[in-house]
Design a protein around this ligand. Sequence first.
Ligand code: PCA
Length: 203
Amino acid sequence: MVGTVLLTGFEPFGGDARNPSGDAALALQGELIADHRVHGLVLPCVFATAPAALAAAVQATQPALVLCLGLAASRRGFHPERVAINLIDARIPDNAGAQPVDVPVQAGAAPAAFTTLPVKAMAAALQAAGHGATVSYSAGSYVCNQVFFALMQLPVPHAGFLHLGGDLALDEVIAGTRVALAAALAVALVQGPDLMVSAGVVD
Ligand code: PCA
């Protein structure tokens, strides 16, 4: 039986002409990866509407797994995110001109939420395929983190976020996302727990 994975990216923001995360989500739309059909979606880079757009897509597609992509221009390589924080502290205005500072993503919810994707296995699979990849312990405090935190409140069995470094060309983003999704599906749906290896970092 073929299941569904929901793969989201974002529209361009901060004056950029393109956002490879949204372009990759559309490029992979309809592909079959590890027996799952990809449903690709571009989210608005807007605090007021992005979480609801994601929730509507989850409701409509009933995915077995959700992976949200976003651009982290100052980073290099792929960064599977381990933790979302219940905080918005916007460095720049979003695409609707809003710049919330020090407000929760969801009032009353826990301070943070962990991904339910096997981020270490995803990073290892990316590295084995020749891509740079590092498990990340901060998805920032902008729209990506907001969407990631909101995602972790939804009733989805396996969900998480992958940040894309600014050094990655679109072809590599698409290839790496395929690898990361295949690893996430293989481990999360079949094998079980994530790899027991250290991915700790000291900044
Ligand atoms: N990156 C931003 C928001 C949209 C995107 O692609 C972020 O990291 O928050």
